[in-house]
Design a binder for this molecule. Structure first.
Ligand code: ATP
Length: 344
């Protein structure tokens, strides 16, 4: 399949700081992609380069094989066929909802513009509010107006820069779900920038995890979560336990039993074991080979528990379901059900 968006080896430096370094990824037609990473890792700069608001020092951007940016080409933002939703929505305070949305089609005759604005207002479920001013809308409604404005011109690609971050957690989840349904039903590809791993994992079909201006790993949410290639990705995508183990013939000898890790590498390796990949049992349950430890902490999270278990002076996190019978102070044995080898 021909990618909709190809980002190849883009690099950007501000003064003496290298902000984006050799970043490459592709987004396929209809695909929702995310750039995930901590604050300052270059996500927004990458997005602004794709939109054309910023010029890369090196590298190329193309859409459906049409060059948008290279060392000899710079297509202006308004001619790229790309929509953009900013973190702060950037609505005009003195324009009502309809005019804010119609602004996204400013080169089209007013009647057509308003017809289409009503159409997208309906899509985002806000037809009744077309005459309101932005400051008479809730955060979630403003977000949907911004979205409607960005899709009115039927962009092939939508860039979303932390668009849900100013919504409270409940609204964030529902707005995110609604936006996702809308993008999928309209067949609009999107690149979401976020530092929230849960958001990236649940919103995107593939994501790039960024670190210090570079891409650390690209994959589906399941792959990057279950098979992180580096300790950084394992750690950034959720809680994990790092364990050193000796690996031979695809089997790791961990303090918590033998675990299949695949591959052909052998020697001392670093493993990432997610808390849900460790199980606890009573020390007498026929598990004498597993290391024993003592529960030193317990966090109740409604649907499950996270325990902190001390084994030989090291602390490990273990996630169990809500029926777990153990208490702080209990002695337990830990067993690893799965683990992955990660690079430092
Ligand atoms: P955040 O999530 O906080 O927005 P980010 O990953 O999106 O972070 P960027 O906004 O791309 O990161 O910024 C990356 C680095 O580049 C930061 O250190 C930032 O201060 C710097 N930077 C961004 N824009 C400029 C600019 N126009 N001039 C100088 N430095 C800049």
């Amino acid at each position: 399949m021909i990618p909709l968006l190809s980002v190849e080896s883009i690099t950007k430096r501000f003064a003496d700081t290298q902000v984006v370094q050799d970043v490459s990824f592709t987004v396929y037609p209809g695909e929702i992609f995310a750039l995930l990473g901590p604050s300052g890792c270059g996500k927004t700069t990458t997005l602004r380069i794709i939109a054309g608001f910023e010029k890369a020092d090196a590298g190329t951007i193309s859409m459906a094989e049409r060059p948008l940016a290279s060392n000899s080409v710079h297509v202006p933002p308004e001619s790229r066929g790309i929509g953009f939703v900013f973190q702060d929505y950037a609505l005009f305070p003195h324009k009502n909802v309809l005019d804010n949305i119609a602004f996204g089609l400013r080169k089209v005759p007013k009647i057509t513009r308003h017809e289409r604005a009503f159409e997208v207002l309906e899509m985002v479920g806000l037809s009744d509010l077309h005459a309101r001013l932005p400051h008479h809308l809730s955060g979630g409604e403003q977000q949907r107006v911004a979205l409607a404005r960005s899709i009115i011109a039927r962009p092939k690609l939508l860039l979303l820069d932390e668009p849900f971050s100013s919504l409270d957690p409940g609204l964030r989840q529902t707005t995110r779900d609604e936006v996702r349904v809308l993008l999928k039903s309209e067949g609009i590809s999107a690149v979401l920038v976020t530092h929230d791993q849960e958001e990236a994992l649940s919103f995107a079909e593939r994501l790039a995890v960024m670190k210090d201006g570079t891409v650390e790993q690209i994959g589906t949410p399941e792959v990057v979560y279950r098979h992180p290639e580096t300790a950084y990705v394992a750690d950034f995508l959720g809680q994990t336990n790092f364990v050193k183990a000796s690996v031979k013939d695809g089997i790791a000898e961990t303090p918590f039993g033998r675990v299949e890790v695949g591959g052909t590498i052998a020697g001392e390796m670093l493993l990432s074991i997610r808390p849900e990949c460790l199980t606890m049992s009573a020390p007498d349950a026929g598990n004498g080979r597993m290391k024993g430890g003592r529960i030193v902490g317990q966090a109740f999270k409604g649907h499950d528990f996270t325990y902190r278990v001390e084994v030989d002076g090291q602390f490990y996190l273990v996630q169990t379901d809500y029926r777990c019978p153990f208490q702080i102070g209990d002695t337990v044995r830990l067993e690893a059900v799965s683990a992955v080898v990660v690079r430092k």
